[in-house]
Design a protein around this ligand. Structure first.
Ligand code: PEP
Ligand code: MG
Length: 586
């Protein structure tokens, strides 16, 4: 089969020769028993291999930090922790001493043991650590065998890397100037290698099934990371069509660059502010570069994850204030209180050990049970509000009494600060995230206690369709255009407007240009998304009139009896009429 479909994990088009990357660990590992007198020699080999591995990982980590900022830059922290883990190192030495394993066999046995423990964990974060264990053990074994980066040294011209799966350390070890793209049998949009590909701007398609079995080094490949397709050894016609697509996507990119500082609006001047989703590590200068008109979602839990503990009130105040100060006057910064839980956990995972973490003591529920933690954060947000236009936002609200309790705590912190003579914005606006289906249904009641809504479609879809947002096997059931989801969004919009309030969308649906147009037609007032996606979506919105968006929303309302897929296709075709070139970007 020459055309393969997979998962689009990093946008962009590229063509070039294949370099078939065989993961180093797939080669045979020599396993044998040693003589008792050879134990110390084997232990010395082990120590040398650990030391060399640590040096390599440190230099990879530094290299990565030079290339990208943000959370992806700390991917190797887990590897380094593993190399320093006394019980991991000790268990390997024990296997050599007590069971007379050769060093390679000792590392392999201990790694398999650790791998099976991590892989069996329910917790998504700890499950991911299984991949770190296998990545690091492969590297130690390669170093024991003195093989170094043999496979990579054969990469002598810019190529598309094809592999069964790539680990983060393999991804970053590959020389950037030699990589045109990635195409892998396995992996998903959320795997570490995909995150890295996106952060490095390298087009990638994952989940292609058996591509590494059907190609050989030197084959020609067309890779479409935007739609998740590859074509093997294309004919002249396929090549010409692809070239045209690359050319068009480039020209769109240039116009995006020119338009980036215009305000978000439809072509007839209906303003739709484009806000950014950020965390503490987002370089604020990037927001200016993409033309963000404020921050629609500051995910504070990443601070907890970075510190691996609760940041102090001072540390939080400092982080929030830095974001507020970096924004031009009048640009809002919407700070969401701690949304810890589910897939977002701290290093102190034990504190979150629950059978169903996505349905557990997370987010606002956790804060309402840990009032001291909540109060420290509220105080920090209030203190930051003295420096600009801060809005507070409560996540995972399911019931009006949660919102009331949160507001009471906020008022109490305000009165404390007043007594202490610490300045803050007494009129700070309070928002509610609509991301639990019940919250959408009772939105009318919630609006009495808040100033605005922000619809978190990532969770709203997950909770209303009972589809895990991280599980690649049910990824096709995760449907933003499911009529049930659209109905919930509609209820929330109507409720907000009935109370004269604004409603934003800060889930990924806002960043899909076809759906952004639909959301505006449904009445959404603001869109918030990853900064790098703002220019494209803004451009698309500028091609349509407000009435066009309303027409689309009307048509979709009449499609409630149809499948999510049909509705999505309708939105896509509708928007493509206004901007045919978008086909080359999506
Ligand atoms: C959402 O749920 O849509 C959202 C924006 O929040 P998060 O992705 O942080 O859960
Ligand atoms: Mg959410």
């Amino acid at each position: 089969m020459r055309m393969l479909n997979g998962l689009p994990v990093s946008r962009g088009f590229v063509s070039g020769p294949v370099f078939l990357f065989r993961s180093t660990g797939s080669e045979q590992i020599p396993e044998y028993r040693i003589e008792p007198q050879d134990v110390s020699r084997e232990n010395a080999r082990l120590t040398d291999a650990f030391t060399l591995t640590k040096t390599q990982i440190n230099s990879l980590a530094n290299e990565l930090k030079k290339r990208i900022s943000g959370d992806e830059a700390s991917i190797f922290d887990g590897h380094l922790m593993m190399l320093d883990d006394a019980s991991f190192v000790g268990s390997c030495a024990d296997k050599i001493k007590k069971e007379l394993f050769n060093a390679e066999m000792a590392v392999n046995a201990v790694a398999e043991h650790y791998f099976s423990i991590f892989a069996a964990m329910d917790d998504v974060y700890l499950k991911e650590r299984a991949k770190d264990v296998s990545d690091i053990s492969k590297r130690i074994i390669q170093n024991l065998l003195g093989r170094g980066e043999v496979a990579i040294s054969r990469l002598d011209r810019p190529s598309i890397i094809v592999a069964d799966e790539l680990s983060p350390s393999e991804t970053i070890t590959l020389p950037r100037n030699m990589i045109l793209g990635f195409a892998t049998d396995r992996g998903s949009a959320t795997s570490h290698a995909s995150l890295l590909a996106r952060a490095l701007g390298i087009p990638a398609v994952a989940g292609l099934g058996t591509i590494s079995e059907v190609v050989k080094t030197g084959d020609l490949l067309l890779l479409d990371g935007t739609r998740g397709k590859v074509v093997l050894n294309p004919d002249g016609e396929e090549f010409a069509a692809f070239d045209k697509m690359v050319e068009r996507s480039e020209s769109i990119r240039v116009t995006l660059e020119q338009d980036r500082l215009t305000k978000g609006a439809t072509s007839d001047g209906h303003m739709v502010p484009f806000l950014a989703n950020i965390d503490h590590s987002t370089p604020m200068t990037d927001l200016y570069a993409v033309g963000a008109e404020g921050v629609g979602l500051y995910r504070t839990e990443y601070l907890w994850m970075a510190y691996e503990r609760e940041p102090t009130e001072e540390e939080q105040t400092h982080a929030y204030t830095a974001a507020v100060r970096a924004m031009p006057e009048g640009f809002p910064v919407t700070i969401r209180v701690l949304d810890l839980g589910g897939d977002k956990i701290t290093g102190n995972a034990a504190a979150h050990k629950e059978a169903n973490p996505f349905l557990g003591n997370r987010s606002i529920r956790y804060l309402l049970r840990n009032r001291d933690v909540f109060r420290r954060q509220l105080r920090a947000i209030l203190r930051a509000s003295a420096h600009g236009s801060v809005q507070i936002m409560y996540p995972m609200i399911a019931a009006v009494e949660e919102l009331q309790a949160a507001n009471i705590e906020l008022l109490s912190c305000m009165s404390d600060l007043k007594q202490e003579g610490i300045p803050f914005d007494e009129n700070m606006r309070r928002g509610v995230m609509i991301e639990i289906p019940a919250a959408a249904i009772i939105a009318d009641t919630l609006a009495n206690e808040a100033d605005f809504f922000s619809i978190g479609t990532n969770d709203l879809i997950q909770y209303s369709l009972a589809v895990d947002r991280l599980n690649e096997t049910v990824a096709r059931l995760y449907q933003p255009t499911h009529p049930g989801v659209l109905h919930l969004i509609n209820i929330a919009i109507q409720a907000a407007h009935h109370h004269g309030q604004k409603v934003a969308v800060c889930g990924e649906t806002a960043a899909d240009p076809f759906l952004a147009v639909l959301l505006i037609g449904m009445g959404v007032d603001e869109l918030s998304m990853s900064p790098n996606l703002i220019p494209l979506v803004k451009k698309v919105v500028r091609q349509v009139k407000l009435d066009d968006t309303k027409l689309l929303a009307d048509e979709v309302r009449h499609m409630a009896g149809l499948s999510a897929e049909k509705i999505y296709t309708h939105c896509r075709n509708f928007v493509l009429k206004f901007m045919p070139d978008l086909m080359y970007m999506q």
